[in-house]
Design a protein. Structure first.
Length: 229
């Protein structure tokens, strides 16, 4: 039944578009059938700290399934912990989040009216506390202190620090003509780490990442940055 209703919905829009095109002739007026359902929000932990995502991969994703739809809409959580979509069909959606977090049950969200702010509170498998700079960065290296908290039986198996000229660096950032990224690994959940071979007089963005044992998904911290040259 859902599939039939979805087909009817899109068939109606196509017929309406064709009708208006036939009666408008050469009229320059443009008719906009863009969807106006809007949802956005922030992902936080139980203490109200943002849970950072990675826009370049789908490790942490908010999912919305329309009440008459077959395929869900997937919204990647950004580095600042936010997500959103402002061009959704105005109807009710079942909304939930997937990724390296213990998440609440799905909820129904009605997007048939005004824009909806839907925040989600989760427990990350690994809480990635925001790193801090140790001392003043030298011309070619930076030292940061970091702290990772393991939650609900999840244990960190791999830990990395990313230092990049690109914002919210992650394992997919890499280096290229216009940006430069360095990384280093850590053996413990708390301590300091130094990254060298940096470009002098350059602003860098820094954040910590960790992968829980038995998964290929990464938890990420918020970013900090070195002083602007």
């Amino acid at each position: 039944m859902k599939k039939v209703n979805t087909i009817k919905k899109y068939a109606f829009l196509l017929l309406a578009t064709a009708f208006l095109a036939s009666v408008s002739g050469c009229d320059s007026e443009i008719y906009d059938f863009g969807y106006d359902g809007q949802i956005s929000g922030t992902i936080t932990d139980q203490q109200g700290n943002i849970v950072s995502g990675d826009i370049t991969v789908a490790d942490l994703t908010v999912i919305a399934l329309g009440e008459e739809d077959i395929e869900p809409i997937r919204m990647r959580v950004k580095g600042d912990g936010t997500y959103g979509n402002h061009k959704m069909y105005p109807q009710s959606y079942e909304v939930w989040i997937e990724g390296p977090v213990d998440a609440p049950s799905p909820v129904m969200v009605d997007l048939s009216g005004n824009a909806v702010e839907h925040n989600i509170t989760v427990t990350p498998w690994l809480t990635m506390h925001t790193p801090e700079l140790v001392g003043s960065p030298s011309s070619d290296e930076v030292t940061v202190s970091y702290n990772i908290t393991e939650n609900n039986g999840h244990e960190a198996e791999e830990r990395l620090v990313y230092v990049s000229t690109g914002q919210y660096p992650s394992r997919s950032t890499g280096s290229g003509i216009s940006w430069h990224t360095r990384q280093a690994s850590m053996d413990e959940n708390e301590g300091t780490v130094t990254v060298d071979n940096l470009e002098p007089d350059t602003r860098y963005f820094i954040r910590i990442a960790a992968r829980a044992e038995g998964t290929n998904l990464w938890n990420l911290s918020d970013q900090i940055e070195t002083a602007t040259p």
